[in-house]
Design a protein around this ligand. Structure first.
Ligand code: CAA
Length: 258
């Protein structure tokens, strides 16, 4: 198992768990933490025994944003020239399903990181917000793009323009969060959902994620075409034959992930 300075990694059955571990800075995302999150997720992506990934933080903070102290003195040419905010492209190219289990603060880059995941689950005390405007900047890791797709224009604008935070229940009502749990149950519940996803045929889960994400990025016509082609290609899998045979024989399927 690879060792990381800023995250803890653990595997439970077919679930890979990445726990952010910069408690003193409320998991503020400095370059070390970002690198470790991406590398740990990539390690689980490459592990055939893992079917889904959970990202989580601490009770107080999923992540309180990009590291303000690391950014404060950047010049434009450093920010733009080094393209230092591109690292998360590694995370968004992970093909296995990723669940964000959010307790405490998910602010700025922390909220954006949660939105890069496929499902957001929240503990009752979670808080979401894009406070960048209060620091004299705008969101830089997709906040203005992904929030609007999750909650619609008016609510996204309100958060981005005021910096106001919303709590877990409001986030669930608005569609940003899939489900809210008591804080102490959150990680186990997230692992249970990830385990259910991980118990499916892996190539089929990858296709389901890819096709669903197409709705995010392209037109309805393109998305439906991609979905149909992927649906057709499911019939090339042993797991499709097994899944449908198991249904007919009234038994549980035994996936070979092929
Ligand atoms: N960057 C660096 N350090 C941070 C941090 C951040 N984003 N958030 C918290 N910390 C540090 C604090 O500086 C403090 O460190 P010290 O003990 O050394 O002073 C420690 O974490 C604990 O924080 P607080 O004492 O502030 O804890 P609190 O409970 O009083 O407040 C909080 C919690 C409301 C989350 C507050 O810490 C806060 O407002 N944090 C900043 C949130 C923010 O603005 N995030 C957006 C960052 S910009 C961004 O993310 C850009 C982008 O889109 C890419």
């Amino acid at each position: 198992n690879a060792k990381f300075d800023n995250v803890l990694v653990e595997r439970r059955e077919r679930v890979g768990i990445v726990t952010f571990n910069r408690p003193k800075a409320l998991n503020a995302l400095n370059s070390g933490l970002i690198q470790d999150i991406c590398s740990a997720a990539e390690a689980f992506e490459g592990d055939p025994e893992v079917g889904a990934i959970v990202l989580t933080g601490s009770d107080r903070a999923f992540a309180a944003g990009a590291d303000i102290k690391e950014m404060a003195s950047l010049t434009f040419s450093e920010a733009y020239g080094e393209n230092r905010f591109k690292e998360f492209a590694r995370l968004t190219s992970i093909r296995k399903p990723i669940i964000a289990a959010v307790n405490g603060y998910a602010l700025g880059g922390g909220c954006e990181l949660a939105m890069m995941c496929d499902i957001i689950l929240a503990g009752e005390k979670a808080m979401f917000g894009q406070p960048e405007i209060t620091l004299g900047v705008i969101p830089g890791w997709g906040g203005t793009q992904r929030l609007i797709r999750a909650v619609g224009k008016s609510k996204a604008m309100e958060m981005v323009l005021t910096g106001n935070q919303i709590d877990a229940h409001q986030a669930e009502r608005e569609g940003l969060v899939a489900r809210v749990y008591p804080a102490e149950e959150l990680v186990d519940q997230a692992v249970a959902i990830a385990a259910k996803i991980g118990s499916m045929s892996l190539p089929v889960a990858l296709m389901a994620k890819e096709a669903t994400n197409a709705a995010y990025e392209g037109t309805l016509a393109e998305g439906c075409r991609l979905e149909r082609r992927m649906f057709h290609s499911c019939f090339a899998l042993d797991d499709q034959k097994e899944g449908m045979a198991a249904f007919a024989e009234k038994r549980a399927p035994k996936w070979t992930h092929k």
